[in-house]
Ligand binder design. Structure first.
Ligand code: IMP
Ligand code: MG
Length: 196
């Protein structure tokens, strides 16, 4: 059940994502020898957290929180699932799929600060600065992108495409020859068992 004309081009292949996440892990481990709480923001960061946790060589607790947008145009944010860890006095690394307006990350940093976290560093796979509404400091960034919509590796379009192993830029306009039709057959060919 694919919408008509949904096409895309690969932004980062799985092996390129692995390199970025390995670099994140090395940097975070070097910066925090005493260990961290790795905090994922659901659901977009699940792939990042799962892979990043395995690249971190210092003590690493893993936790998650979920937020939901409400109000006119989704301009306000509330906590829909709280984290479980007591972050007081601890170094927290917030893992996020993409920083867009900056509202999500600003909300989470304020929350962690109120709860007494010793430090709150943001690790963002993607940074889309052209749409930033609130300034946010990002300590670890995978890739800066322009004003384009990305799916895969945890990022969704209405709950689809989170399960793609790579990042894909969607193009809802006229399909280019270099683009792939993002239909179910293509997803199956990417994620299914190899043909024999
Ligand atoms: P922000 O609060 O505007 O920075 O929103 C960030 C959140 O919006 C991300 O954590 C994503 O879940 C979602 N989001 C923003 N841009 C994209 C995109 O291009 N693809 C998928 N999700 C996105
Ligand atoms: Mg989403």
């Amino acid at each position: 059940m694919t919408g008509p004309g949904l096409a895309g081009r690969t932004l980062l292949e799985a092996d390129e994502l692995s390199s970025i996440v390995r670099r994140f892990g090395e940097q975070i481990s070097a910066d925090h020898p005493e260990g961290i709480v790795l905090l994922g923001i659901l659901k977009g960061s699940v792939c990042l957290v799962a892979d990043l946790a395995r690249e971190i060589s210092v003590p690493c607790a893993v936790d998650f929180l979920a937020l939901s947008a409400y109000g006119a145009g989704g301009a306000r944010i509330r906590l829909s699932k709280d984290l479980e860890a007591d972050v007081a006095g601890r170094a927290v690394v917030v893992a996020v799929d993409i920083v867009d307006s900056g509202l999500t990350v600003s909300y989470v940093r304020r929350l962690l600060h109120e709860r007494g976290a010793r430090s709150t560093d943001v690790c963002a796979l993607l940074d889309r600065r052209p749409r930033r509404l609130l300034p946010v400091e990002l300590r670890y960034v995978g890739l800066e992108i322009g004003d384009e919509y990305v799916v895969g590796y945890g990022l969704d379009l209405e709950e689809r495409f989170r399960n793609l192993p790579m990042l894909v830029v969607l193009d809802t306009g006229a399909r280019q020859a270099s683009e792939t039709e993002l239909d179910d057959a293509w997803i199956a060919s990417v994620n299914g068992p190899p043909d024999h």
